[in-house]
Structures are given as structure tokens and as C-alpha cells.
Design a protein around this ligand. Structure first.
Ligand code: ASP
Length: 325
């Protein structure tokens, strides 16, 4: 069966035209492109809630997960996304300890490329690694997190989680809190939320705020009580110790005291403010367990659920450009 035949069995929703071949970062995306992913993902949320979760949009296509950094939820989420669309999915965890990263990355990617995958889903500790691959291979590349640069599907799933609960993104005030400096999640969210008309604040200790952050069009706070005042969404970030060389915070306990999210701190936010965290969480460091587990306020499990739907939407949209090629 030709690719075109399997893809046209499940056409894109009316009027939806997609032109990107790769998903490398949210920077530069239009509001229409973001909305296209979210609208399609909404349909996949419904599919994922059915007893029979399978469809056939990716029949005959191969998704290769290539993770040079550890991952639990992102890798699993891409695996499920590919399988639920009827594709073949293969996941590789690649050790980098004994070889130069640049060589390994390209050598591995070229080897895999020769096996004719249709999608390479790449996570790497170096910013820009997925772009490097995208320039060399002839399949679609999806960035599943590159260093401190971007994590586009995380921002898309965050947006879907907010939109489904609040009904919109435009006009909301979102505080992204904690280790902004090392966070690709923060960068992708800042691009996405700004494009969609939300007001973005970043809140963290001065040591964990990039020096040029105000150039990204955000309001900057170093004090949680001021930064959380009247916000609609509180997005907590993990303290990313593995990316720190040197000491950025006095101790986890001290960090929690000044920058951890507790119900007490949340009291200054809007009464219906929602809490998010991309995971994995450091309970008692950046977020109090009681807050994280409050099912009325916390979107954390929604984020995991909708992550699968968003990744299905991304694969599906990229597949539509492969068909045209
Ligand atoms: N899972 C997210 C990432 O890979 C957030 C984190 O690790 O803290 O960037």
C-alpha cells in the first residue's frame, strides 16, 4: 500500500494545512500553527479515552525514539502516540559516556537514517542537536528536549492542558517559577504563551534567571509572593541539578523555604489558579506534596494524559507533509 493511501484514510480536519517538516522548537511558530496542533490534539484526547484507542494514520510508518538523555514520560508518551496511530515504534537509549557526543550523534543518526525511519524523535543534552540531525537526515525530526534550548511538545501539551481547563490562553497570566536558567520547558512555554496572547512572568532566585530573560518579553520577579499575585496559572519547574556546575542555591531546604510552592504562597494567586509541573517533580524542593496532589487545582496528570494526544497530533501533521513530498 502506498503511503498516500494509508494517510488519506484519515484526512486532516477541513481547512487544516500544515507545512512544517520538522518540529525543532516553538520559536517562530504562528498562532495558527499552535492552534492547529491543539485542535487536532483535542480529537486525539477523545480517541485515547475510548476502549479501542487505535487508528491507522501512521500505518506502515516507523517512529524511532533516540534519547541521549534519560526520560520516562516523554519517551513513553511518544511510544504510545506512534502506536495508537498504527505506526511501528522503536526506542533506543544511547549512552554517551565513552565517545565524543558530536560524532556519536551524527554516526548514530546516519545509521538509523539508512534504515528508513519516517520520524526521528531526539532528546540530547546539547542545544541544537535535533537541528543538526534534521539537516542531515531525510525523515522528520522532532525535538524531545535539547539541552537548555527547547522542548516544543512539552509547551504544546501544557497549552492544551490550560486551554481545556480555562477555555483559552489569551489574556491569562502565567507565572513560570524556579530554575528558569536551565529550563528548555520555560523557553518553549515563553515563546508559545507569548504568541498566544498570554502574559508571562518568570519567578526565581537571581542565580537561576538568565541575564537576558527580559528580552523574551516576560515580566521578571525574584520574590514568589509578588510574582504569584493574581496569576491564573502557576507553572513550577524542577531544580535541574544535573545541568548545574557550581552552586546555584544554598540548599534544597533553603530553596523550598523561599521558592517552593505551598498553599500559603498560592493564596496570593487568583482563587481559581491552577498548578502545573512538567515532571519529574522534586517534592519538598520546588513543590509541596499537598499542592501537587490537589486534584482540584493541579493539572499535573492532565499534562501527562494530554501529552500523548499532542504527540499524536504532531506525528499526524508531520506525516501530512511527508505525503506531499
Ligand atoms: N521533563 C522536562 C525536560 O526534559 C523537565 C525536567 O526534566 O525537569 O526538560
Amino acid at each position: 500500500m502506498s503511503r498516500a493511501t494509508s494517510i488519506t484514510e484519515a484526512p486532516l480536519p477541513d481547512g487544516l494545512v500544515w507545512t512544517k517538516r520538522h518540529i525543532l522548537g516553538i520559536e517562530g511558530w504562528s498562532a495558527a500553527e499552535i492552534t492547529a496542533v491543539l485542535d487536532l490534539a483535542d480529537l486525539y484526547v477523545e480517541q485515547n479515552r475510548r476502549a479501542d484507542k487505535r487508528s491507522t494514520e501512521l500505518r506502515g510508518r516507523t517512529v524511532m525514539n533516540l534519547f541521549f538523555e534519560d526520560s520516562t514520560r516523554t519517551k513513553t508518551s511518544f511510544e504510545l502516540a506512534g502506536k495508537r496511530l498504527g505506526g511501528d515504534v522503536l526506542s533506543m537509549s544511547v549512552g554517551t559516556s565513552s565517545v565524543k557526543k558530536g560524532e556519536t550523534l551524527l554516526d548514530t543518526a546516519m545509521t538509523l537514517n539508512a534504515m528508513k525511519p519516517d520520524f526521528l524523535v531526539v532528546r540530547h543534552a546539547q542545544s541544537g542537536a535535533p537541528k543538526l540531525l534534521a539537516d542531515k537526515v531525510n525523515c522528520s525530526v522532532i525535538n524531545a528536549g535539547d539541552g537548555m534550548h527547547e522542548h516544543p511538545t512539552q509547551a504544546l501539551l501544557d497549552a492544551l492542558s490550560i486551554r481545556r481547563r480555562k477555555g483559552r490562553l489569551e489574556g491569562l497570566t502565567v507565572a513560570i517559577c524556579g530554575d528558569i536558567l536551565h529550563s528548555r520547558v520555560a523557553r518553549s512555554n515563553i515563546h508559545l504563551l507569548g504568541t498566544m496572547g498570554a502574559q508571562v512572568r518568570v519567578v526565581g532566585p537571581p542565580t537561576l534567571l538568565p541575564s537576558s530573560i527580559d528580552r523574551m518579553g516576560v515580566d521578571v520577579f525574584t520574590d514568589m509572593d509578588r510574582g504569584l499575585k493574581d496569576v491564573d496559572i502557576v507553572m513550577m519547574l524542577r531544580l535541574q541539578s544535573e545541568r548545574m556546575n557550581g552552586k546555584f542555591v544554598p540548599s534544597p531546604r533553603e530553596y523550598f523555604r523561599f521558592h517552593g510552592l505551598t498553599f500559603g504562597r498560592l493564596a496570593v494567586a487568583k482563587p481559581d489558579a491552577l498548578i502545573m509541573h512538567p515532571g519529574p517533580m522534586n517534592r519538598g524542593v520546588e513543590i509541596d506534596s499537598e499542592v501537587a496532589d490537589d486534584i482540584g487545582r493541579s493539572l499535573i496528570l492532565d499534562q501527562v494524559e494530554f501529552g500523548v494526544a499532542v504527540r499524536m497530533a504532531c506525528l499526524r501533521l508531520l506525516a501530512s507533509t511527508q505525503q506531499a513530498a
